[in-house]
Write a protein that binds this ligand. Sequence first.
Ligand code: MF3
Ligand code: CO
Ligand code: CO
Length: 263
Amino acid sequence: MAATIKTQEEIEKMRIAGKLAAEVLNMIGEHVVKGVTTDELNTICHNYIVDVQNGIPAPLNYGQPPFPKSICTSVNHVICHGIPSDKKLKDGDIVNIDVTVIKDGYHGDSSKMFVVGKPSILAERLIRVTQECLYKGIEIVKPGTTLGDIGHVIQQHAESHHYSIVREFCGHGIGATFHEDPQVVHYGRPGTGDVLQEGMCFTIEPMVNAGKRYCKILPDNWTVVTKDRSLSAQWEHTLLVTSNGVEILTHREDESIPKIISH
Ligand code: MF3
Ligand code: CO
Ligand code: CO
């Protein structure tokens, strides 16, 4: 099934939820340091969302088995859905923090990479190329673009750097429900798949591995890791298709890409 078209009222609520998710990522940056545990980061984000934003952290109790925390923290070879724990971050770790805020019934979903101390050249390059993959996908979003077009530019960029794209997890439509149709995969062929229309909201969230694309799920039934234990990176934004381009609903000021792109 294709994505639903949001009404003007829904779009207003998506803008607010998106802004809140972005603000959590802005807020948490200074706390991502050597020695902090990912559970401490979870508590800081949870309290901020609940007490400051009067929002709801969507991951908490989501799915089956219920996700036990309020954010996902995916460190080094963890691809996604890492569960915050009492393990301390150490120098050179790379960590994805994925935040989803529900406000007034609508979801804003975004993630970014953080580095602890000084990362390796390889880690830095993987993080940069993965963000470029996200941006290359975003840059072509407008009515008429297909999901295959988006997957293709992302896959091309990752593979041109000899990295691989995770296929088992993907972006998604988003709105009053956390994960809606369509599935937004990060690989594909130009001209295939659903055609974008004004008023659709969806995420792009490429997961890029330094090694092979294969993954496995740990016995906790959530944590997804690279099978070859290679490093993995991910960046995510929630997007709105406009009449002539795209609005990044979870845009942050520190980004090089503009919030609104008009073609
Ligand atoms: N935020 C993730 C996404 O981008 C989903 C996390 S589901 C959870 O779609 F239960 F692990 F939180
Ligand atoms: Co998402
Ligand atoms: Co997310």
